[in-house]
Design a protein around this ligand. Structure first.
Ligand code: 5AD
Ligand code: SF4
Length: 467
């Protein structure tokens, strides 16, 4: 069930923010550990925004904070193990500093059986809440701090349209903008629809207002976020399509627009044409293929064949010749034979992705595929992913070397970690570019001529005229 969070509920949370500040022994500093995808990174910005308004200060180190909040991911088993390991690590610190408060939130908390596990096996966790209860952080933390007892709030319902919350944005130049929550696709391996619920689109008016404000405050680049942005608006009556939303976003004055993630089955010609015509939309498309075998794609419930996927790629490249395509690929899905895997290698060879996120299938409790027979042995999956990574490295080298001599526009975000005299940023194709420059260039969009290619990054020289 989806419930709409009302302005009154947000006002109530503001009341808890004030009450919290009157507590004598309240935690004064916080630290957020974020796992997983951009959606989680953005949720953490919202959590931080609320903690700031509760009068708390961001601590420079986890070890020093009075309240450590873990915003968790459960997409694969290793993400979950890492989060639980880090929570357990704090248990020792709490023995030395009993006032330390520990929080766990996000996707993992919504997983079947996890709330009980947290209650039973993690008695040192003070606050726990799921993805739909993020907006209730002020209330839950207040109650836990006031009563010095545990507060666990795991919701059954899905909340939607949480507008009007403060956000502590990580960067003054780049910003995430959520356009929709949840996912309706039920790919058989994936836990997301269970922990983030059904698709709920934000209204175009709210989204565009956010983007306009960001543009006015000097943000250079936005990333529109959704589990499946291509189906944006389908749940709204008379709403805009994703292509129309992109068009409107392009009119707000924001210089650069990215978006993530797209499902190949919903990639329309309308969207491709909009990307081709919209100068603000950057030339990068993340198009998860997952597998190159029709049999496996069917078992994954992906609703496309390899030919249909390749048709979308061809159409995209024909309309936007300079576009860089990246993907997600899973190996070792139940029943995947050597032949199926070879088909995935063939797909990668045909498309020649700029880069690919490659994953070993991880069974998730409650998903359909976890119950499938023929689970692939770990050593077979390990061998397959090695081969796939090697092939992708070759393709990345081809893509990067092919860019030598070209001119790209880069949003400069930082100094290079390795060399203080070098700056770094991403080009439209989402590849890191390093070049010599001064700190005053940080936050600007500059033209850079590519001179050489490393394994995953490019090197270049700043051009005289800025973009
Ligand atoms: N095992 C391995 N990879 C997964 N992904 C999602 N669920 C699983 C799983 N159970 C991958 C998919 C998806 C990306 C975000 O994570 O490739 O696109
Ligand atoms: Fe998971 Fe599939 Fe939805 Fe992506 S589209 S979040 S892989 S169910």
């Amino acid at each position: 069930m989806t419930v709409k969070i009302t302005p009154e509920q947000i006002a109530e949370q503001r009341r808890f923010m004030t009450l919290f500040q009157a507590l004598p022994d309240r935690p004064r500093t916080y630290y957020i550990v974020t796992y997983g995808c951009q959606m989680n990174a953005h949720d953490s910005e919202k959590l931080a925004g609320m903690l700031d308004e509760m009068g708390m200060e961001l601590s420079p180190a986890r070890e020093e904070a009075d309240f450590v909040l873990h915003n968790t991911c459960c997409i694969r088993d290793n993400a979950e193990r890492k989060a639980l390991g880090n929570v357990t690590w704090l248990k020792e610190l709490k023995k030395e500093r009993p006032g330390l408060m520990i929080g766990v939130c996000g996707c993992m908390v919504r997983e079947s059986g996890m709330a009980e596990k947290l209650l039973r096996q993690y008695p040192f966790v003070d606050v726990a809440f799921g993805t739909s209860n993020i907006y209730r952080l002020p209330e839950l933390l207040y109650k836990a701090a006031e009563s010095r007892s545990r507060v666990v709030a795991v919701e059954q319902e899905q909340s939607t349209l949480i507008e009007g919350l403060p956000i502590r944005r990580e960067s003054p130049y780049q910003a995430y903008v959520t356009i929709m929550y949840g996912c309706n696709n039920y790919c058989t391996y994936c836990i997301v629809p269970y922990v983030r619920g059904r698709e709920r689109s934000r209204s175009a008016g709210d989204i565009l207002r956010d983007i306009e404000r960001l543009a006015q405050s000097g943000v250079q680049e936005i990333m529109l976020l959704g589990q499946n942005v291509n189906s944006y608006g389908k749940d709204l009556e008379g709403g805009l399509s994703f292509a129309q939303l992109l068009h409107e976003a392009g009119q707000t004055g924001i210089p650069r627009i990215r978006f993530m993630t797209s499902h190949p089955k919903d990639l329309t010609d309308e969207l491709i044409d909009e990307i081709a015509q919209n100068p603000a939309v950057l030339r990068h498309f993340h198009l998860p293929a997952q597998s190159g075998s029709d049999r496996i794609l069917k078992a994954m419930n992906r609703h496309y064949t390899v030919d249909q996927y390749l048709d979308r790629v061809a159409r995209l490249r024909q309309a936007v010749p300079d576009i860089g395509i990246t993907t997600d690929l899973i190996v070792g899905f139940p029943g995947e034979t050597e032949e199926d895997f070879e088909a995935t290698l063939r797909l990668a060879d045909t498309v020649r992705y700029d880069s690919a996120f490659t994953f070993i299938y991880s069974p998730r409790v409650g998903t359909a595929a976890a119950k499938y027979p023929d689970q692939v042995p770990a050593e077979v999956s390990a061998r397959r992913i090695d081969r796939l990574i090697k092939l992708q490295e070759k393709h990345t080298a081809i893509a990067l070397n092919g860019m030598i001599g070209s001119e790209v526009s880069v949003l400069v975000t930082d100094r290079s970690k390795r060399d203080e005299t070098m700056l770094t940023g991403k080009c439209g194709r989402n590849i890191s570019v390093n070049f010599a420059g001064t700190p005053e260039d940080i936050g600007k969009v500059l033209n850079v001529k590519i001179t050489s290619a490393g394994k995953t990054t490019l090197r270049g020289e700043k051009m005289e005229v800025s973009a």
